[in-house]
Design a protein around this ligand. Sequence first.
Ligand code: TRP
Ligand code: SF4
Length: 367
Amino acid sequence: MTSKAKIDPWGSLDIEDYRKLFDEFGIESFAKYKHTLSDNRYVRRDIIFGHRDFGRIMKAIEKREPFVMMTGLMPSGRFHFGHKMVADQIIYYQQLGAQVYVCSADLEAYTMRGMDLPKAREIAVNEYLPSYVALGLDLDKTNFWFQTDYVVPYYRFRDLLSKKVTLNELKGIYGKLSPGKILSVLAQSADILHPQLEEFNGPIPTVVPVGADQDPHIRLTRDLSGRFQLEYNFIPPSSTYHKFMRGLQGGKMSSSEPKSSIALSDKPKDAMRKIMAAKTGGRPTVEEHRKKGGRPEECTVYDLLLYHLVEDDKELKDIYTSCRSGALICGECKAKCGELMAKFLDKHHKRMSKAQNKVKTYLDKRN
Ligand code: TRP
Ligand code: SF4
């Protein structure tokens, strides 16, 4: 038990080899569902690469039976293209018929990131929620909550969870503990399981799309669901795992480091500037690039095209092969990426003001 890799949800996750997650943690390959869900760009391109128990969800989708999609985001900074990947998945499942549950993990932002609560709320209300809506989320069919501001059955259940887990078990999963960390962990399990309480849907298949760094929470929550079998008859939650986009400078994408990512609220010209300065897989000189070709696998500009900006597979493949052959050089490629980005952002910004009104109406209605 010494050399087992650790995944730390609050550490700096740099997963070199995603396949290791299959062997070491028992995550299964998503390849099996690629064909059926090929309309999803992230599935088609192996960005969603793994799952636990997704079969249950696939069955619900195919039989048009009810299921829940639940996920949460920590409102820690500006809404960037890494967050968009999660938003796109939420919307995808909603369009497939899922009952959507989304939380703003403001308790976690408070305890683990030192964010103050009014600031966390402001970010969620002004950046995250309207971005979801502008990207296509139907708020009227969404159950959205703040971890610090929700309903009694959720809090009651979160507190009951404390009885079913030991300190040693939490230490084994998360290493060093603090009261805030423990509370965040229990809150996340409550986020995932509470849709199955009688006050909500009762037992129902639930899918939780997350980055691989969140797997410790998923494993714990699946275990906890079993320990409440008698009381609640929970169905163990399913999960899917996506790869992370790298930051534009290489390394991790972080919402607190503006140069590492493009926010959906960035002005097109600022986004363009970041793309121009981004780390690519190109060679030091144009001559060398022409001769040896570039390495799209190592290129953060290519990441933007792959994850977000080019929907058409053939078009993407053309970029890939002409980069590899050296026919396409980084200057041209960045200009093209910048153009697509500007187009996307312009459209998104136009949708944002309407989305902000929708969010306001939605939140007012609840108060
Ligand atoms: N821990 C998640 C993050 O760091 C946020 C989160 C809170 C979450 N509750 C959740 C994710 C429930 C998935 C399901 O981003
Ligand atoms: Fe990246 Fe494009 Fe340069 Fe290839 S040509 S390395 S994809 S920027």
